[in-house]
Write a protein that binds this ligand. Structure first.
Ligand code: HSE
Length: 441
């Protein structure tokens, strides 16, 4: 049988990795897919640069700078979008779909923001949109959620799904670096997105979490409802105090089904240092999924990089090749649930989320200050799990001290109300730093 023909849009890290892996493993891939998979065309802004990367292999592909020549080429069966972002990538993906092409993409932002539109267009045309590489790079988490765990009522997902921030947090904890120095190190190693704001402010993780949440719970993509808080304001002292109390701080994406709605949130989070997720260091990713039948499962691996991401792209190319001739109604639905069966379960605002909390504040070291604070917490119905009083490190001999309080699970709005009362006490000399704790397995 003729090989299936792929057109690549973009030839950066992921595109060139895909080309390399497909060529290197072409025989095995063909035995798996049932026919060859051939990258026949590549469109890229700077073909000269791509030519240098392709080397001798350049003679096997049609290389150019016209993206629409790829999306419109009748000989192309699958368009692999490797451009990124939500601008031209959206237009080209919709154009490819309208031309009856299947699409493979690593573009998490595109799907988290425009997924509903793109999947509807694909359904109308009876084509597939495959996106394993969009979440956690080489970890086959989309496959696991959509297919492997399909028997389960999924309860929750907690993931380290941004390698840049995990690297920064590891460097801050292990080497005592400040945030800016650790970020510069992550950029030098090529982990960060072109605009590192998306990494450090939690946006990249929220894109990935939005996709996983939709698949886990059968709800539409709702990136605009996600609560997103990054690590740029995280102080080294909190990493240290958390460690003293037996916790690590990770940028977690958490999505959970509750009786009142779906939690969808990304923020720096304290987790017990004994938990497997806590030992995921450097740029690695890990996703913990809890299903009612299977219990807790954990998926670990590289979340970025040329070949790890290509591993996911090529897996999608194989899936599309196998299912190319199948009746569209017999393919796995894009979001795992049949489109007419998506639920309208609300996404909870962050004030309605239940969590444990880490509160740090600086107080005058005078009689009764702790009694005042604990009374306010008790009046708000907030139960204290642990309390730590520290000598303030920056201010010597002025009689001030840092207090760290760990609470049991409570509603965020109750904690916010208690914090406002605590900050109004004359003996409290700083704002309260609030971090969430993830205690659930
Ligand atoms: N910038 C991302 C990360 C790369 O740091 O994980 C993959 O999305």
């Amino acid at each position: 049988m003729e090989p299936i023909k792929v057109g690549l849009l973009g030839f950066g890290t992921v595109g060139s990795g895909t080309f390399t892996v497909l060529r290197r493993n072409q025989e095995e891939i063909k035995r798996r897919a049932g026919r060859g998979i051939e990258i026949a065309r590549i469109a890229v802004r700077n073909p000269a640069k791509a030519l240098a990367v392709l080397g001798e292999a350049a003679s096997t592909v049609q290389l150019g700078s016209d993206f629409e020549a790829v999306t419109d080429d009748p000989a192309i069966d699958i368009v692999a979008e490797m451009i990124g972002g939500t601008g031209i990538a959206r237009e080209l993906v919709l154009r490819a779909i309208s031309n009856g092409k299947h699409v493979v993409t690593a573009n998490k932002a595109l799907l988290a923001v425009h997924g509903t539109e793109i999947f509807a267009a694909a359904r109308d045309k009876g084509v597939m949109v495959a996106f394993e590489a969009a979440v956690a790079g080489g970890i086959p988490i989309i496959k696991a959620l959509r297919e492997g765990l399909t028997a389960n009522r999924i309860q929750s997902i907690a993931g380290i799904i941004n390698g840049t921030t995990n690297y920064i947090l590891s460097e801050m904890r292990e080497r005592g670096l400040d945030f800016a120095t650790a970020l510069a190190g992550a950029q030098a190693l090529g982990y960060a997105e072109a605009d590192p704001t998306f990494d450090i402010e939690g946006v990249d993780a929220a894109h990935k979490l939005t996709i996983m949440s939709a698949i886990a719970f059968g709800i539409p993509m709702q990136f605009d409802r996600a609560y997103v808080e990054g690590i740029s304001k995280l102080a080294s002292i909190d990493i240290k105090y958390a460690e003293d109390l037996g916790y690590r701080i990770k940028l977690l994406g958490i999505t959970r089904r509750t009786e009142r709605g779906i939690e969808l949130r990304v923020h720096p989070t304290l987790i017990s240092a004994k938990r497997l997720l806590a030992s995921v260091e450097g740029a690695m990713n890990a996703v913990e999924v809890h299903g009612d039948a299977v219990g807790t499962t954990l998926y670990y691996g590289k979340g970025a990089g040329a070949e790890p991401t290509a591993s996911a792209v090529v897996a999608d190319l194989v899936d599309v090749t196998r299912l190319h001739t199948a009746d569209p109604g017999h393919r796995v639905p894009h979001l795992a649930f049949q489109p007419q069966s998506l639920a309208d379960t609300p996404v909870l605002p962050i004030e309605e989320v239940t969590s444990g909390y880490y509160l740090r504040l600086r107080v005058a070291d005078v009689t009764g200050v702790l009694a005042d604070i604990t009374r306010i917490l008790a009046e708000a119905g907030i139960s204290i799990d642990a309390l730590l009083q520290k000598e303030a490190e920056q201010i010597a001999d002025n009689g001030e001290t840092d207090v760290v309080i760990i609470t049991h699970d409570t509603l965020e709005k109750n904690v916010n109300a208690a914090i406002a009362r605590i900050e109004a006490l004359s003996t409290v000399v700083s704002n309260v730093t609030k971090l969430r704790i993830e205690a659930h397995a």
